[in-house]
Design a protein around this ligand. Structure first.
Ligand SMILES: [Zn+2]
Length: 332
């Protein structure tokens, strides 16, 4: 009897689909003038894909409370409104030695335990916001929708999973990444409203989902003057399309239009440091190198090669800081 079996795998089909249908909006022109025109056209197209961003800004309604004061820093808890009837929370670190307004770095958490993990657990984040504060910068660590303290009502288990929020948003015609980016844009509004912070000198630096948010936020919002992307900048082809990641990161149509390197091209010529651990299997170093090489050609177009750095370090899915910790005070 003839042996019957599947002749093609769906993975193979996906590879073929990607080959036919990816990077449709990538820069294909020549020279600095065409590149800048491409950036101006592509930024609003990316923002439209992300969707979910109210064009009007509701009042921030910012509230501040002291958490801790040491010899070197002041730690505060903030509450503020990112949309009508939606309140966000974040923690702010301010260096004590400052004599005037200081630059600030937004530190969006990764896909994990939220802002308290970033600040208080030694693990993958290495409590990096404190390293920035030690260098005279302020740091704002926001809580993403659906993570940490924003997982919903504590007495309702049905709301205790961020995937619930994100799937619900899809049903309602929105997507998670767009909501998170808008929340971070409101966090930039918060920083610009603080008398202790110089609102023209803002950066963003994050690991994993925090790196993804840094990539998308810096691409969309020029208020981010310096960016640090750790454990993320590679490609959709070799991450989200190579193995299953949490569904919250799958923005409808995004890989069809733009790859990681194309989104990062919207950051040029602002200073960008990319971190990649050689033992980070889900975000491969070889792909990070290739993407940074592509970006290097675009920074060169602008005569800004010194504003792009790649930190390849022996380690896993974690913050390095070997270049980034001094990168922010240098350029901010
Ligand atoms: Zn997720």
């Amino acid at each position: 009897m003839e042996k019957l079996e599947l002749s093609h795998s769906f993975r193979h089909y996906l590879d073929e689909l990607y080959a036919r249908r990816s990077r449709e909006w990538a820069f294909r022109g020549q020279g600095a003038a065409e590149f800048r025109r491409w950036q101006e056209q592509t930024r609003p197209r990316l923002a439209a894909l992300l969707g979910g961003r109210e064009r009007h800004r509701c009042p921030l309604n910012l509230r501040r409370a002291l958490v801790e004061e040491t010899a070197t820093y002041r730690r505060e808890r903030l509450y503020y409104d990112t949309r009508p009837n939606l309140t966000a929370t974040a923690q702010l670190l301010l260096p004590k030695a400052a004599s005037g307004p200081v630059p600030a770095v937004l530190c969006p958490p990764g896909h994990g335990g939220g802002m308290n993990q970033v600040l208080d657990e030694p693990g993958a984040y290495k409590q990096y916001p404190f390293a920035l504060v030690a260098r005279g910068l302020a740091a704002l660590v926001p809580e993403h929708i659906g993570f940490g303290e924003r997982t919903g009502a504590p007495d309702d288990d049905r709301q205790a999973n961020h995937a619930f929020f994100y799937h619900a948003l899809v049903l309602l015609g929105e997507n998670a990444m767009g909501y998170l980016v808008w929340d971070l844009q409101r966090a930039l509004d918060v920083l610009q409203s603080l008398p202790e912070v110089d609102g023209d000198r803002l950066g963003c630096y994050g690991l994993s989902l925090g790196g993804e948010m840094t990539l998308l936020l810096a691409a969309c919002d020029p208020r981010v003057k310096v960016a640090g992307i750790s454990g993320f900048l590679t490609s959709y082809q070799h991450t989200f399309l190579a193995e299953g990641h949490c569904g919250c990161g799958y923005v409808p149509q995004l890989a069809r239009r733009l790859e990681h390197q194309d989104i990062a091209a919207l950051i040029v010529p602002r200073p960008l440091v990319v971190e990649t651990g050689t033992e980070d299997p889900s975000f491969p170093t070889a792909t990070a190198r290739a993407s940074v090489e592509y970006l290097r050609s675009l920074y060169a177009l602008e005569g800004a090669e010194d504003r792009l750095a790649l930190d390849v370090f022996a380690g896993g899915h974690e913050i390095s800081g070997a270049i980034a910790y001094d990168w922010f005070p240098r350029f901010l």
